[in-house]
Design a protein around this ligand. Structure first.
Ligand code: NDP
Length: 323
């Protein structure tokens, strides 16, 4: 019996290939000497894509007339045109939920480091300076603070729970109010004015591009700490570098950048930014869980026509397939 052909444009977590095993044939495009020739020969047979981070737009989708499913690794899928996929009857899945705790932990780590200058203190010790003089007192504390969460979704709620345990009050801005006890602000500007920590956990893409700009940073103010574990595109990085350099805000903790792996030079220059190389979900157990969910989506779709975690844009297709 022919096995469904799954295209893998680039390398992925090993659990994906392991899990697909004998059930699917996997076409590892990045290993091909001539990828275009491989696609010309086998593109018509491709029924699914297992995607690590490749950009998937309308032109990409049009190369695969038999495509049914794009199973994406990660909860953010701003690199995939899910609306164009839906127009073509192609379902997109992502890996929500299994990474919430890990990313929330990363956000809290960034907050502690940015507020208390812990990376600077560690560098001080390693440079042998402690033997000369005690490390200076740092200006900020987490005590008495309020955190505004831009994007109180799955990960946002996990961050809120952790921050509450630190004694931090919570407020949020989403496009729509949720049934939660936290204060809701109908605009980001009002949220930024009301808080002194702003934590970004909205999806990336055109709808959220540069939501956090110079005006929002001014509203956050000189005690303000900006944490971004979402996507770099949500922040105007030039405005942020300027706000950090001029102490318009106190500090920032960033896991994500607009042009990864390139980091805006202005952010590298300032000492009041803690910068991580997009490690939010980056532990072996969590990445393995994400890999297993990619496999479950593929298996479930080809066994029963029902994906486990379709993205919002695909939900209409799934209901139709079920009905
Ligand atoms: P959810 O979909 O559960 O939550 C997203 C929240 O953002 C929702 O509450 C939504 O509410 C809100 N939102 C969406 N658009 C806007 C907008 N334009 N303005 C204001 N609020 C908005 O997503 P997750 O919590 O699972 O993930 C969030 C993001 O985190 C991912 O999309 C991904 O980009 C990023 N991420 C980063 C990781 C890392 O390694 N650093 C790892 C995992 C995720 P509403 O619809 O009411 O507006």
């Amino acid at each position: 019996m022919t096995r469904p052909l799954v295209l893998m444009p680039g390398p992925m977590n090993p659990r994906v290939a392991e899990g697909l095993g004998d059930r699917f044939e996997v076409l590892r495009l990045w290993e091909a000497a001539d990828p275009d020739a491989v696609l010309a020969e086998r593109g018509k047979e491709v029924v699914a894509v297992a995607n690590g981070g490749a950009r998937i737009d309308a032109a990409f989708l049009d190369r695969f007339p038999s495509l049914q499913l794009v199973a994406s690794f990660g909860v953010g899928y701003d690199q995939i045109d899910a609306a164009a996929a839906a127009e073509r009857g192609v379902v997109v899945t992502n890996t929500p939920g299994v990474l919430d705790d890990e990313v929330a932990d990363t956000a809290m780590g960034l907050l502690l480091m940015a507020a208390r200058w812990l990376p600077q203190a560690e560098r001080y010790l390693r440079a042998g300076k402690w033997e000369e003089r005690s490390y200076p007192l740092t200006p900020a504390t987490l005590k008495g603070r309020t955190m505004g969460i831009l994007g109180l979704g799955r990960i946002g709620e996990a961050i809120a729970q952790r921050a509450e345990a630190f004694g931090i009050s919570i407020a949020y801005h989403n496009r729509s109010r949720k049934d939660v006890a936290y204060s809701y602000y109908p605009t980001l500007r009002e949220l930024a004015e009301a808080v002194d920590i702003l934590t970004i956990v909205v999806p990336g893409g055109g709808g959220t591009k540069h939501l956090v700009d110079a005006e929002v940073l001014r509203a956050l103010g000189p005690d303000g700490i900006l944490i971004n574990v979402a996507r770099g595109t949500v922040v105007d990085e030039a405005a942020l570098a300027e706000a950090l350099a001029t102490k318009t805000i106190l500090a920032a903790g960033l896991d994500v950048f607009e042009h990864e792996p390139k980091v805006h030079p202005g952010l590298l220059e300032v000492d009041n930014a803690v910068l991580l190389p997009h490690v939010g979900s980056g532990t072996v157990p969590t990445r393995d869980a994400m890999g297993r969910l990619v496999v479950e989506n593929l298996t479930s779709w080809f066994d029963s026509g029902v994906p486990v975690t379709p993205v919002a844009e695909s939900k209409g297709l799934v209901t139709k397939a079920r009905g």
